[in-house]
Design a protein around this ligand. Structure first.
Ligand SMILES: C[S@@+](CC[C@H](N)C(=O)[O-])C[C@H]1O[C@@H](n2cnc3c(N)ncnc32)[C@H](O)[C@@H]1O
Length: 298
């Protein structure tokens, strides 16, 4: 089982944990998890292995998904991506939003968490926006696996209430393929929470906010859509604000707006990085920008 193992000792606890989770993921990743599927899987053995505390599926443990902290966004990661948004089968990620009669999706993704890490933001946004589909995009394999396993467990444990059906994660490089996934003006919100700072000057080109990338973000965001940024690195905050300020399709929103926006509150407290910063009593710098209408071409 190469994907789970890499170069790991096949007798190690981590190897066995990953193999078990991978089987569970294959079985449940694309199925609609509701009360009937839980009853059906209870009679099988595989899913039982993942269940403790009565009928609850155990949440994944981060220690088994460790990998290098950074992934080079310029490497060729052999990622899978559709040739255009119409070729993307979203029903695999959000099966509860597929119309059983027509086979069509009843909603499209409108909220994106770019570099979602371990998925904390999506989990708090899910009940706040139950009618919107929320997608996390994450470049690191094991981190993506963790989020997938977390969502499977949450969907199973809340099968009766049918919650957490509106969130999912994709392994992808947001610096390369966003227009392959989203059509023009599809998104209403994009989150950039605690992006990798790439401190050294020669690494600044790897930052997730650059002039060129902002034009791509403006393409997938609708007019009035919002870019949310938060970081604990003041230099990166200033960099993001400078680039967004200079871009003709974005306008900064006021502190008063930030104070009244529920997403600012959620993103300040929900993400794993944000929690780490809070534990260390570090600063958090927030900046939000509105997508302006395209200028008229005369
Ligand atoms: C410092 S972590 C922050 C994670 C999360 N947003 C949080 O606040 O807890 C940055 C994340 O962005 C991911 N990342 C970096 N570059 C990316 C890219 N080009 N596309 C998708 N994800 C990326 C990294 O793998 C990492 O998990």
């Amino acid at each position: 089982m190469r994907a789970a193992s890499g170069n790991m000792d096949p007798n190690s606890k981590r190897f066995l944990y990953r193999v078990n989770k991978e089987e569970n993921r294959k079985e449940l990743k694309h199925v609609k998890i509701d009360e009937s599927s839980i009853i059906a899987s209870d009679s099988g053995n595989k899913s039982k292995k993942n269940k403790k505390n009565g009928n609850k599926m155990e949440l994944p443990k981060k220690k088994y998904y460790r990998q290098r902290a950074h992934s080079n966004p310029f490497s060729d990661h052999q990622l899978e991506y559709p040739s255009c948004p119409e070729d993307m089968d979203w029903s695999k990620l959000y099966p509860a939003f597929k119309d059983e009669h027509t086979g069509e999706m009843t909603k499209e993704v409108t909220i994106a968490d770019i570099g979602c890490g371990f998925g904390g933001l999506m989990i708090d946004l899910s009940p706040a926006f139950p009618e919107q589909l929320i997608l996390g995009m994450e470049i690191r394999v094991q981190v993506t696996n963790y989020v997938e396993d977390r969502i499977i467990a949450l969907r199973s444990n809340h099968a009766k209430e049918q919650t957490y059906q509106n969130i999912n994660v994709l392994r992808g490089n947001a610096m390369k393929f966003l227009p392959n996934f989203f059509h023009k003006a599809q998104l209403s919100k994009m989150f950039f929470c605690f992006p990798d700072p790439h401190f050294k000057q020669r690494k600044h080109k790897a930052r997730i906010v650059t002039n060129t990338l902002l034009s791509e973000y403006a393409y997938v965001l609708k007019e009035g859509g919002i870019i949310y940024t938060i970081t604990d690195v003041e230099d990166l905050h200033n960099w993001m604000v400078k680039h967004l300020d200079e871009h003709p399709l974005f306008e900064r929103l006021s502190k008063e707006w930030e104070e009244n926006d529920k997403c600012v509150n959620i993103m300040t407290n929900a993400t794993e990085e944000g929690k780490k910063v809070a534990r260390k009593q570090g600063d958090k710098f927030v900046a939000c920008f509105k997508r302006l209408p395209n200028p008229e071409i005369i």
